[in-house]
Design a protein. Structure first.
Length: 487
């Protein structure tokens, strides 16, 4: 089995996501590449959850259309997904099904374990099918669940023994060398990229599918030596981020479509006052509340034009887990060098799927944010006219200067003015900065081309569709142009 997928499905609260990640870590440890797709309903509580774990001997960029091995903890979960099952070569384990005559629920009750440990039964069955040493299963469960590992190990053993008793067909895996490419979710990669870039504050109001970015950073705030703040709403979050940057402290704000709607005026504020700002928009289907737990690239136009008035902004769109980390670092560099808003566009599929990351996770070599620092003595003009439109930057508290940062139109030294000539000068200054960005970006990688350059058919796309398109064009007479950054 060089490329197969495992379906893990149940009711919300039955540990599907954690179980899928544990299965993924097991096969990753055995030297296989993994891609995990999590699917959960747009409900506060209840409904069905499922995850697909794709396992392959070569690097995988997306999930598969069909499932090869199915673990459904309830019959209704199986019925809802049976059309996606591989009809030629499958193994199906459904609670109460007569094929193997067993029940996940009965095994849970025997072990006096909570229902969220059901996935460990599946792990034991997989260990038997693929002839994996149970010692490795124990090591993975201890690493993943710590104090709860004894019960999980017991359940995995029950699953393993059941598969043995039922004489389930074995499909031994090819032994492989371990690959040192850990599994990571897209939102976690964005978070690590921000920390590597020098972020010290993260502000966010919870909104799916950006919420796991908030929870990951909150769990690791001491490890990363950062502050994570959840204010009363999205407007407060972005205003705090702007205030942090104004004080000279790199920060980031996270949200999704409805949240960035609310942030529009503040993005315009950052653009007009020329304050560095990094915003992560993890897109979801709209309009209004939309479908919070699913994917749609609905905010590209919004990101390009959000905020009243004209001011430069940069939009960057990662397409995979590695770009999620690396492009976030670049977003901070852009925001601080050009003193302008930068919007990172992700989506549910990229942010909440997990796969092997190749980008460096070394925190010993943090990137240093650079900016055009003021060093000319006493006469500081916050909006000084320069050849490239980027003014020297100083912060409140700098000795012997006054920092007049102003949200109304202003003169070079930051004092309010509605005089036509002053308005014209500042608009031209900001436009000059846009031209500088466009000129500088000729040396940046704004797009990537995949496939045979000689092919006449061209697919143009952005974001998380990258993986599926790259896999598809292997069998199609087409090439693929991935757009990464737009200004």
């Amino acid at each position: 089995m060089n490329d197969f997928s495992v379906f893990l499905g149940g009711q919300a609260g039955e540990g599907i996501k954690r179980g899928a990640l544990t299965i993924g870590k097991l096969f990753n440890r055995l030297g296989y590449y993994v891609f995990i797709l999590d699917d959960y309903m747009s409900l506060i509580r209840g409904g069905q959850d499922y995850s697909e774990i794709r396992i392959s001997t070569s690097r995988v960029l997306s999930h598969k259309d069909t499932f090869d091995i199915v673990f459904a903890f309830h019959n209704d979960v199986y019925q809802a997904n049976k059309e996606k099952i591989n009809q030629e070569n499958n193994m199906i384990f459904v609670d109460g099904d007569k094929t193997y005559d067993f029940s996940f629920e009965s095994l849970i009750k025997e072990a006096k374990a909570p229902s969220f440990m059901k996935p460990s039964i599946s792990l034991g069955i997989l260990a038997y099918i693929h002839d994996i040493s149970f010692e490795i299963i124990e090591e993975v469960l201890i690493s993943e669940f710590h104090n709860n590992s004894p019960q999980n190990i017991l359940l995995a053993r029950k699953g393993y023994n059941l598969a043995y008793e039922k004489k389930i067909q074995k499909k031994p895996l090819q032994l492989r060398e371990k690959i040192n490419l850990p599994l990571m979710y897209g939102n976690d990669a964005i978070a690590i990229g921000a920390v590597k870039a020098g972020m010290k504050f993260y502000f966010a109001y919870p909104i799916t599918p950006s919420s796991t970015l908030l929870s990951f950073l909150a769990r690791n705030k001491h490890k990363f030596n950062i502050s994570v703040i959840q204010p009363e709403d999205e407007i407060a979050a972005i205003m705090m981020a702007i205030g942090s940057s104004y004080a000279g402290i790199p920060s980031m704000v996270g949200t999704s479509g409805a949240g960035i709607d609310l942030m529009g005026e503040a993005i315009s504020l950052a653009g007009g006052t020329e304050i560095p700002l990094v915003v992560v928009d993890v897109q979801r289907p709209g309009p209004t509340t939309g479908v919070p737990t699913y994917t749609e690239q609905s905010d590209l136009n919004l990101a390009l034009y959000v905020g009243h008035g004209e001011f430069p902004r940069i939009v960057v769109v990662p397409g995979d887990i590695d770009e999620a980390l690396e492009i976030t670092i670049k977003a901070f560099k852009y925001a601080w060098w050009y003193q302008t808003p930068v919007i990172i566009l992700s989506d549910k599929h990229l942010s909440e799927s997990a796969t092997n990351i190749r980008a460096s996770l070394d925190f010993g070599s943090k990137e240093i944010i650079s900016f055009k620092a003021f060093d000319k003595g006493f006469n500081y003009k916050r909006y000084e006219i320069t050849d490239d439109g980027v003014s020297p930057l100083a912060f409140p508290g700098f000795k012997n200067i006054t920092n007049h940062t102003n949200s109304t139109e202003h003169t070079e030294d930051g004092y309010s003015s509605s005089q036509p000539n002053d308005v014209k000068i500042m608009k031209e200054k900001r436009l000059k900065k846009l031209f500088t960005i466009e000129k500088d970006f000729t040396s940046e990688q704004m797009f990537k081309l995949y496939g045979n350059p000689q092919e006449k058919n061209l697919i143009i796309s952005v974001g998380s569709t990258k993986g599926a398109i790259i896999e598809a064009i292997k069998d199609l007479p087409a090439k693929f142009l991935q757009v990464i950054s737009i200004s």
